[in-house]
Write a new protein. Structure first.
Lengths: 266, 260
């Protein structure tokens, strides 16, 4: 389903002072497109994602999915995968995957059948009766992806889904989930700090400026999805990485020689 | 949380502790020179216990005490849980009632026992009322804290995945709050047992606590000790029931070390 972000600005008050988080964001997402939002810390990437999912209303502008304006969360329209997994510790894995279906009033048998199918797709079929505490971080994140896919959403919103994982797990999990998402043909919006993640996953990378977040640049990644891990070692990848590195540097207001991945000095 | 296997030393060490208690008791009766009016001999206590167990009135008294504790505990649990849930719903209520529940939790409620006697008489009503009020505050306070401190990420999941207000309360907040509520209910169960037995001893006409006080006042030490043993057994049964009720089915029979 097509998504339009029209003149979206977000301002909020924190500790008595007004913070302008996003300013005049205009974007269009095509059906089945994978878009990565890349930008320095605090540039409003997650705030934008929260607005896209209806968890927050923009101060100005609107977000339109299909023909309707996004005003409230609707997991069938857009489902979230959070960085901290946010699985319910008292429920087993099958019930965690089916929690959105339960909220939607889907019967137990149908719910469990759908959850089991998704666990099989994620390579976790034997873990259905386990509890989240018994699974590794990578496995829990796969459960969180399955929970979102269970809603069969038009759009998948992923907020730094691999931020809490080690490099090795990120890579292998990235490859397997990328395959699943390509097969599902959902529109995906991924918030990330990682240049590699953005290039490896996305069809288009949106680079945002430091606060207030604005769209600074867009880069198309023309390699077809799903991409093999070997793509990371190719020359194209290195060139795109270098291009995005310089853009990110500029986004942070540094000169072109400075390292944008180092913390900003006062 | 880390699970531990039950060590084979647990039961021998418990038996050793019981043996040491019996040894100290026997020493007190013999070389220790403690008067049998204060510390009766073990055979004499066992004889009194046998006599008590052969009398229907003992079972009647046990049933009264058991019923009073159970009624007090159930009333306190229902009202305490409801009060904690209601008070945690808005920041204003939270600020107002948190201090009140803490006060009720820490205040010496025994000061108000005469009011229960005046209101309900010396029968079971005053014991149930006093026991319920004593158990209410720890349950209400823990429930309030439990509902007020549900992790924001859990609420975010509920909202993002389309939970209604009712579903958020009963499928997210309640199970998330359950560990802290369980602590409050355990404390409340202990409070209701202590206060009901104490109230029976202070002013009553029936129950095992009343029998214990009566035997103590008439210097019937073996009978008083027999009542203490019966009350300990009754409290053990009640604690077992509460544990069974509050331990999730999958954790039953496990020793969980929450410090890890």
């Amino acid at each position: 389903m097509r998504m339009s972000i029209n003149d979206v600005s977000v301002t909020f008050t924190r500790a008595g002072s007004t913070v302008e988080a996003l300013k005049d964001i205009n974007l269009s997402l095509h059906e089945g497109e994978f878009v990565a939002l890349l930008g320095p810390s605090g540039c409003g990437k997650s705030t934008l994602l929260t607005c896209l999912g209806g968890l927050m209303t923009p101060t100005k502008g609107e977000i339109v999915v299909g023909d309707s304006v996004v005003e409230n969360p609707d997991p069938r329209r857009a489902a979230f995968v959070f960085q901290d997994y946010s699985l319910l510790p008292w429920k087993n894995i099958l019930d965690n995957v089916g929690v959105g279906l339960r909220f939607a009033g889907v019967g137990k048998q149908e719910r469990r059948q759908r959850s089991q199918e998704l666990l099989e797709m994620m390579g976790l079929s034997q873990w259905g009766e386990s509890h989240p505490g018994q699974l590794s971080g990578g496995m829990q994140q796969r459960v969180a992806v399955a929970r979102a896919l269970a809603m069969d959403p038009s759009i998948l919103l992923m907020d730094e889904p691999f931020g809490a994982l080690d490099e090795q797990t990120r890579r292998s999990l990235g490859e397997s989930i990328s395959t699943v998402l390509t097969q599902n043909k959902q529109t995906v919006v991924l918030v990330t700090h990682s240049l590699d993640e953005a290039i490896y996953w996305a069809d288009r990378v949106i680079v945002m400026s430091a606060r207030p977040g604005r769209v600074m640049a867009e880069v198309q990644i023309r390699q077809p999805r799903p991409r093999p891990l070997e793509f990371i070692a190719q020359e194209d990848f290195a060139q795109l990485r270098s291009q995005l590195f310089l853009m990110l540097n500029e986004a942070m207001g540094h000169d072109q020689q400075a390292n944008p991945l180092e913390p900003q000095r006062a | 949380m880390k699970e531990h296997k039950t060590s084979p030393l647990v039961w021998p060490l418990r038996a050793l502790g019981l043996g040491a208690l019996i040894g100290v008791w026997a020493f007190g009766n013999g070389p220790g020179g403690i008067s049998p009016l204060v510390l009766p001999t073990i055979p004499r206590v066992l004889e009194a216990l046998g006599e008590a167990l052969s009398q229907f009135s003992t079972y009647e008294a046990a049933a009264i005490t058991f019923g009073e504790i159970l009624a007090a505990f159930i009333i306190a649990s229902v009202f305490g849980l409801a009060a904690g849930f209601w008070a945690a719903r808005t920041p204003l209520r939270l600020q107002v009632f948190q201090s009140i529940f803490v006060w009720g939790y820490l205040a010496p409620l025994i000061l108000f026992y005469p009011i229960f006697i005046l209101s309900f008489g010396t029968g079971v009503g005053s014991k149930i009322g006093y026991g319920a009020v004593s158990a209410f505050f720890p349950i209400a306070y823990n429930s309030l804290r439990a509902f007020a401190t549900v992790q924001p990420t859990m609420l975010k999941v509920a909202k993002a995945f389309g939970a209604s207000s009712f579903q958020t309360d009963f499928l997210i907040k309640l199970p998330s709050a359950l560990p802290l509520i369980s602590s409050g209910v355990r404390i409340g169960a202990g409070a209701s047992m202590i206060t009901v037995i104490f109230a029976e001893m202070l002013a009553s006409t029936a129950g095992l606590g009343y029998q214990l006080a009566l035997n103590s006042q008439t210097f019937a030490a073996p009978q008083a000790f027999a009542m203490i043993i019966l009350l300990m057994a009754l409290v053990g049964v009640l604690q077992g029931l509460v544990n069974l009720l509050l331990t999730p089915r999958r954790d039953r029979g496990k020793i969980i070390n929450v410090a890890h």
